[in-house]
Design a protein around this ligand. Structure first.
Ligand code: HEM
Length: 458
């Protein structure tokens, strides 16, 4: 099993073994799907048996992440949580969040222009703020927000806890039953600390929302208030628990993903100035000078739409998606796939198929112009079947307006070194469920003097 960037090794294996690769790790069967066709055949067409999640002892059971939607096995509780979230994040419900996206993206660009060197921190703040507002109606403080600081620590803990192969207890689950004072059981003490931290992140903003329903500090609309307004009576224990975990799942699913995508956007703009110029030219034609882009402009900005798709394709932030679990023996083509197999899709490899995306390492938004096959393929970044990302449309609105606002207000270019020379960014992406770029620098300058500042403060 490769130790890092597994998707690259799996992609090599696929050249030898084909698009449906099967192997064991200490008796655990694993299937890697390396083509869109195979992923759709199994995870979409046969979703009834490919929609559970493997149990991760360290990240799931011991630290409690398996109580949120993302790691929950297919079960009645999964269906209830998913229904609750789906209702709020699809169709007409989404438009009510447009003002939130617009306002937060202006705050983001404002922050970046005030302190360009900290643009990555500002992106992180933006992503967390959007989700805390939509989930709980909580408006974050500009600096050192108590919930964001806590969430940051938990994201770090999740990344470490869910690292494949890092924890012996994931392979030998009975180790969890040994007392924590025995040598070698340090993982139990670590898990206990993370579990406590995790519960604080789940409980604290939820308690805040419950106790601030009549407060002027609560920002509407938000998920918790909407659900509460449909339940005039006091919540039952079960309903309260569902709402608690549904709102926590929004946070878990939405915050880190958006950070990775927007960071990649800044990297791409610095590396491809001609793309940035073309996007800015499109904006100039559609958005009158003196006004900021709005989500209602989105249908008139097809090139920027393609820029967003290309950001998602060029550096897929979840290169292997989230693992699915096969719950019944199955036969695919000539293969027997046993129940209990962990099934992963090599999204990274699919989005580098040179037949659909020629010169895949190049950042070329126009590859999506009028190309339905390319558009259908890049959709795999949001997953498959009954587990596909329920936040997809919300995420797109949030990313689109942040990208359009950045393009309208900033010029982004390569960083400048102490000798005043431009330095080309050569950025590695991290191994992990969410693959972030390593820290990098950009040169960011305002395009319009005080343009954003005026609108945000008004
Ligand atoms: C660019 C941004 C995003 C990307 C690329 C992304 C991608 C994904 C992927 C690949 C999955 C797993 C799909 C599967 O198992 O087949 C997923 C699940 C999920 N996402 Fe997203 N996501 C993004 C943003 C968001 C946002 C903004 C939210 C919430 C507002 C969200 C909420 C969730 C939830 C709750 C799940 C778990 C679904 C389940 O297990 O049934 N995501 N996402």
């Amino acid at each position: 099993m490769p130790k890092d960037h597994e998707w690259k090794t799996f992609s090599e294996w696929a050249k030898t073994y084909g698009d449906c690769i099967y192997f064991h790790i200490l008796g655990q069967p694993i299937v890697i799907l390396d083509s869109l066709a195979a992923a759709q055949d199994l995870l979409n067409q046969r979703s009834a048996i490919y929609s559970s999640r493997p149990s991760l002892v360290m990240a799931g059971d011991l630290t409690g992440f398996s109580r949120g939607l993302g790691l929950l096995p297919y079960s009645p509780r999964f269906l209830s949580l998913r229904r609750l979230i789906h209702k709020e994040l699809t169709g007409n419900m989404l438009q009510k969040y447009w003002p939130l996206h617009e306002e937060e993206s202006r705050i983001l660009i404002n922050k970046i222009l005030l302190d360009p060197a900290l643009f990555l921190d500002s992106i992180r703040h933006y992503s967390g703020s959007v989700i805390l507002r939509v989930a709980y109606g909580y408006q974050t403080a500009p600096e050192n927000d108590k919930f964001l600081v806590l969430a940051e620590q938990v994201m770090g803990a999740f990344s470490l806890a869910s690292q494949p192969g890092a924890w012996t207890v994931d392979v030998i689950p009975w180790l969890r039953h040994l007392p924590s004072w025995i040598p070698g059981m340090k993982f139990k003490r670590t898990a206990a600390i993370w579990a406590k931290l995790h519960m604080q992140v789940v409980d604290a903003p939820f308690e805040w929302a419950l106790t601030h329903q009549d407060s002027s500090l609560l920002v509407q609309p938000n998920f918790v208030s909407t659900i509460l307004s449909h339940s005039p009576d006091a919540l039952s224990e079960d309903d309260r628990d569902l709402l608690l975990w549904a709102s926590a799942s929004l946070f878990g699913g939405g915050a880190d993903t958006t950070v990775a995508v927007l960071s990649t956007f800044f990297l791409a703009m610095a590396l491809y100035p001609e793309v940035q110029a073309a996007a800015q030219a499109e904006l100039a034609k559609v958005v009158p000078s003196g006004r900021l882009p709005q989500l209602s402009d989105r249908p008139s900005l097809p090139y920027i739409e393609c820029v967003m798709r290309e950001v998602l394709r060029w550096k897929p932030i979840a290169p292997l998606g989230l693992p699915h679990l096969l719950t019944k023996d199955d036969i695919y083509r000539d293969y027997d796939l046993p129940a209990g197999s962990i099934v992963m899709v090599n999204v990274w490899s699919i989005l580098r198929d040179p037949l659909i995306f020629p010169d895949p390492e190049e950042f070329r938004p126009e590859r999506f112009m009028n190309d339905k096959r390319a558009l259908d393929t890049v959709a795999c970044i949001f997953g498959f079947g009954r587990r596909a990302c329920p936040g997809v449309h919300f995420a797109e609105a949030s990313m689109f307006i942040a990208i359009a606002t950045a393009l309208s207000q900033c010029n982004i270019s390569d960083p400048i070194n102490s000798r005043g020379e431009r330095v080309r960014n050569d950025v590695e992406y991290q191994t992990g469920t969410i693959s972030h770029p390593e820290k990098f620098r950009c040169n960011i300058t305002p395009r319009v003097k005080d343009g954003v500042l005026k609108e945000v403060s008004s």
